[in-house]
Design a protein around this ligand. Structure first.
Ligand SMILES: [Zn+2]
Ligand SMILES: [Zn+2]
Length: 103
């Protein structure tokens, strides 16, 4: 179990979501990264693990229209392309953290 972030904040003007994992660990996730890394059954083949979603089909200016915590282990994003079936666990989000420390 990954521990939850201490803060999660969608910054619409920058098209990013800022996730604060600790006092000096902040990941700035672009909306597009969050959309293209979605691991739901519509985006990734459950049997083979192959990615179904072609990242090139995701608009650069995709927006997050809603964000809901799922228990204490994940967050569910709704995107402006209508996609809202993905549940991003803290472990998943930490795994794709784009900050200089993780990247
Ligand atoms: Zn998905
Ligand atoms: Zn990081």
């Amino acid at each position: 179990m990954s521990s939850p972030p201490t803060g999660i904040n969608a910054i619409r003007s920058d098209r990013i979501v800022e996730i604060r994992w600790g006092p000096d660990h902040i990941g700035r996730y672009s909306n597009k990264l969050l959309r293209t890394s979605c691991a739901c059954a519509q985006c990734v083949d459950e049997m083979t693990g192959r990615r179904i979603l072609d990242p090139d089909t995701v608009q650069e200016d995709i927006e997050i229209t809603d964000m809901q915590l799922v228990g204490n282990y994940a967050v569910k994003f709704s995107f402006s392309d209508g996609h809202n079936t993905g549940i991003a666990t803290w472990a998943h989000l930490r795994g794709i953290c784009p900050c200089p420390k993780c990247g």
